[in-house]
Design a protein around this ligand. Structure first.
Ligand SMILES: CC(C)(COP(=O)(O)OP(=O)(O)OC[C@H]1O[C@@H](n2cnc3c(N)ncnc32)[C@H](O)[C@@H]1OP(=O)(O)O)[C@@H](O)C(=O)NCCC(=O)NCCS
Length: 140
């Protein structure tokens, strides 16, 4: 999309980003997405999370980072009015390249099995679905 500006996400973007997630990603949100936790995430993974802006408004976002050995992408989201124009692909590719620039060779994403938007999107971007493992989580 011609008018799309992609830039680093800062904590000042939080309210707009959170409002977008309320529309796009409600099921995936948790306490981990409170302002103070997102602020910590952005500091921990400086320069890797992104927003997409059209006409001064945030219409897309992605959280990206790494743990020192593997990259992780979370909450990839494009506003419904702007989908299927390559915006998600552009943000994901930019996130990939920023993770790669840190010397990381592989990125993982979590996608609900019945996410009919996310599943074909990640496949189209060349991500391979793993059938050889499950996610185990533990509340600390
Ligand atoms: C998933 C999402 C980010 C895709 O954003 P987008 O900007 O529409 O994606 P793109 O236009 O860059 O699509 C890239 C490719 O992905 C595939 N794709 C994207 N959306 C698709 C859909 N609804 N059905 C089938 N394929 C799709 C296509 O191959 C597409 O290429 P094409 O348009 O040339 O055919 C967007 O639908 C979204 O925000 N969904 C809600 C949040 C979500 O589920 N995020 C993923 C969490 S795992």
């Amino acid at each position: 999309m011609e008018d799309l500006i992609i830039r680093e996400m800062t904590i000042e973007d939080y309210d707009q980003v959170f409002a977008l997630w309320q529309i796009t990603s409600k099921r995936a949100l948790s306490d981990a997405d409170k302002r103070e936790n997102i602020e910590r995430y952005l500091i921990h993974n400086r320069g890797m999370s992104l927003v997409g802006i059209v006409d001064g408004k945030i219409i897309a976002t992605v959280l990206a980072g790494h743990d020192g050995r593997r990259g992780f992408i979370h909450h990839m989201a494009v506003s419904p009015d702007y989908r299927r124009q390559g915006i998600g692909r552009s943000l994901a590719r930019e996130a990939d390249s920023r993770i790669k620039a840190q010397g990381i060779a592989k990125t993982h994403i979590f996608c609900y099995r019945n996410n009919r938007l996310g599943q074909p999107f990640w496949k189209a971007l060349g991500f391979t679905k793993r059938d050889d493992m499950d996610i185990f989580s533990y509340d600390l």
